[in-house]
Design a binder for this molecule. Structure first.
Ligand code: EPZ
Length: 416
């Protein structure tokens, strides 16, 4: 199994370029099921999860290829198959994003139930209730979700929780519905705004993306887009910001959108990190004396759950005691035992983690259990005394493009 060996202690310095956003690109790729003709995506990084989605599109009869320099070319001209393969949906639950587009485009979708994963059971009840509101007949058997509808019609649906995936799936399905759909209490993440901008560029009529209420006026068809650039990956940017903070570094991050990470920046500044920004650049430096803070994960614009494990690593080596409340997923503390093995002082109590800062972490062999937990292991290795070996890089490669190379470019001592 691939490992990454990190020698701790280097202060990161220099400039690094963030890639495009995985969590914007995945639903945008799924939306291509509905676009007739050719589409070109730029700022579209080569990632494990993106590769799975490209294979998903190919299995549905759509030509999807990753060109060099972060470009993806899609050709959607043939008849679409409407059954998503089991192995791809179980390999990546975001493959379930094709359900809405398939239903809208073909009137039928047969998609395996996405499994849970290490961070939680990850049900899809909000997706299904929304599809029902849009007039779909739902049948679940043999582990497949079958959606059928002669005609998707606009409807009103208020979500019990602002689910990111359900917002994206239902917004896509409503694009080709008859009449207007109104969704309330939806998620407001930047990735949803990017998806809405992409769909509107293809001829959709979506208003309100990024606010708790989205209105979609159905249209008859959507056309391919000659070129669309995906937004920067705010979680990768946030990971670099924490990397600079934890190594008492001084870095510049290119290809960023500061508004998307302003809440994280606020928390880091409270800890004593210096952060400035100009255009698509963010400047982060730390003198190494950082104070403990409390934080609670929440739907955007609150503190992102995808940055919780990275921040915990930073808090583990700050002065004082911090408290984290993980309010989005029920099991997103798998990185804690690994951090404790490196000398961190962290106690868990249900949704809460109590972190007592220690003067140093010691290098160790650590395993990664999920995408963001593996990023927190890398961050711990950057600051730990001696050598650390992060096992299970397949998780990391799902969501970070060339992370080791980018950190080495900032002076980190990493071997893989
Ligand atoms: C998206 O997952 C992201 N994935 C996740 O990022 C991110 O952590 C999450 O949003 C929250 O921001 C992608 O965009 C591909 P949710 P998603 O539906 O859509 C419950 C990463 O590291 N829920 O907003 O699955 C659910 O159980 C990944 O890049 C229901 O109860 O998240 C969870 O507790 C990890 N019923 C909460 O809502 C539903 O039908 C948030 O889930 C749907 C969700």
């Amino acid at each position: 199994m691939a490992t990454m060996e990190i020698v701790g202690g280097t202060q990161l310095k220099g400039t690094v370029r963030a890639s495009g956003a995985k969590n914007a690109l995945l639903p945008i790729l799924a939306a291509c099921v509905m676009l007739d003709g050719e589409t070109n995506l730029t700022n579209a990084p080569y990632l494990g999860d993106v590769n799975i989605m490209l294979r998903m599109l190919s299995s549905l009869g759509i030509r999807a290829e990753h060109l060099s320099n972060d470009c993806i070319h899609i050709v959607n001209q043939k008849k679409i198959r409407h059954i998503a393969p089991y192995d791809l949906v179980t390999a990546m639950r975001a493959s379930f994003f094709v359900a809405g587009p398939l239903l809208a485009k073909t009137g039928f979708a047969k998609v395996p139930m996405p499994g849970g994963c290490s961070i939680g059971t990850r049900p899809i009840d909000i997706h299904l209730k929304g599809f029902e509101a849009l007039g779909a007949e739902i049948n679940i058997e043999h582990g497949f979700v079958q959606l059928k509808s002669k005609e998707i019609r606009g409807a009103y649906y208020k979500m019990p929780f602002p689910s990111v995936g359900a917002t994206e799936n239902l917004m896509m399905a409503a694009c080709l519905a008859r009449g207007e759909a109104v969704f309330e209490n939806v998620a407001c993440e930047p990735e949803i705004v990017d998806l809405a901008n992409f769909l509107n560029a293809a001829g959709a009529k979506i208003e309100g993306a990024g606010t708790p209420t989205i209105r979609v006026q159905g249209v008859r068809s959507l056309q391919g887009i000659s070129s669309y650039s995906v937004i920067p990956d705010r979680i990768e940017v946030g990971t670099f910001m924490v990397a600079a903070a934890i190594t008492s570094g001084d870095i510049t991050i290119e290809n960023t959108c500061f508004d998307h990470v302003s809440f994280l920046a606020e928390k880091l500044e409270l800890m004593g990190v210096t952060i400035d920004h100009s255009g698509d650049l963010i400047f982060v430096r730390s003198n190494g004396t950082l104070k403990a803070i409390d934080l609670e994960t929440a739907p955007y614009p609150g503190f992102p759950t995808d940055m919780q494990s990275q921040m915990m690593t930073l808090l583990a080596v700050c002065e004082g005691t911090s408290k984290i409340k993980e309010s989005i997923f029920e099991n997103r503390y798998m990185h804690v035992p690994e951090l404790v093995r490196m000398g961190a002082d962290i106690k868990l109590d249900k949704q809460y983690a109590f972190i007592k800062g220690v003067s140093k972490l010691s290098g160790a062999d650590v395993r990664s259990t999920d995408l963001r937990a593996s990023a927190s292991m890398v961050l711990a290795g950057l600051v730990a005394e001696g050598r650390s070996k992060v096992h299970g890089l397949k998780h990391l490669r799902r969501g970070y493009h060339n992370l080791a190379e980018k950190l080495i470019g900032l002076g980190a001592e990493i071997y893989q």
